[in-house]
Ligand binder design. Structure first.
Ligand code: S3P
Length: 178
């Protein structure tokens, strides 16, 4: 039986497919799926955009940290992290605890095409703003255990790439033990 991490945390920029790939991966692994943003919305009864507008960025980051803390005790989960979660050291450390972290690497064109202009993502902006934010965040996303190309393919295909990575990691581990 290949060893699989009990929690897989998907990180990456908004629009990189964390939610859709996360759902597909959870189905494939027989795990539960948790979306950090949806958990915050359910817990507070408020939309993310309203939290940013009324309470500000820092208050949202604190809520995100509390979600990350709650997730540490949940086994067999695929977690979609919010796009800024991994940039915060404490939130990142909590998300990393006992989990395999996966960066869904996605090019800017694909990201811009996927993000709806409906105001649901308060930090989304024009191409220059998004390019600058992506540049600032990439060093943090690189801290994930593995990176997977999420620019092309259906969510199921990207989920399949992630499962392929586990299996390759397991094979490497097994051959290292011999
Ligand atoms: C954010 C990304 C959003 C959400 C919030 C802030 C960010 O999550 O957490 O709007 O800082 O990049 P998604 O990456 O799921 O869009």
């Amino acid at each position: 039986m290949p060893e699989r991490p009990t929690r897989v945390v998907l990180v990456g920029f908004m629009g990189s497919g964390k939610t859709s790939v996360g759902r597909a991966l959870a189905r494939r692994l027989g795990y539960g799926f948790e979306d950090m943003d949806r958990r915050i919305e359910e817990r507070t009864g408020r939309a993310i955009a309203d939290i940013f507008r009324d309470d500000g960025d820092e208050a949202f980051r604190e809520m995100e940290r509390e979600e990350a803390r709650a997730l540490v005790s949940l086994p067999k989960r695929v977690v979609a992290a919010g796009g800024g979660a991994f940039t915060r050291p404490l939130t990142r450390a909590l998300l990393q605890e006992g989990a395999l972290t996966v960066w869904l690497r996605c090019d800017l064109e694909r990201i811009l095409a996927r993000i709806p202009a409906d105001g649901s993502r308060p930090l989304a902006g024009n191409r220059d703003i998004m390019a600058a934010l992506l540049g600032e965040r990439e060093p943090f996303y690189r801290m994930a255990d593995v990176a997977v190309d999420a620019s092309a393919g259906t969510p199921r295909e990207v989920a399949g790439r992630i499962v392929g990575l586990f299996d390759r990691r397991n094979r490497k581990r097994t051959s290292a033990r011999r």
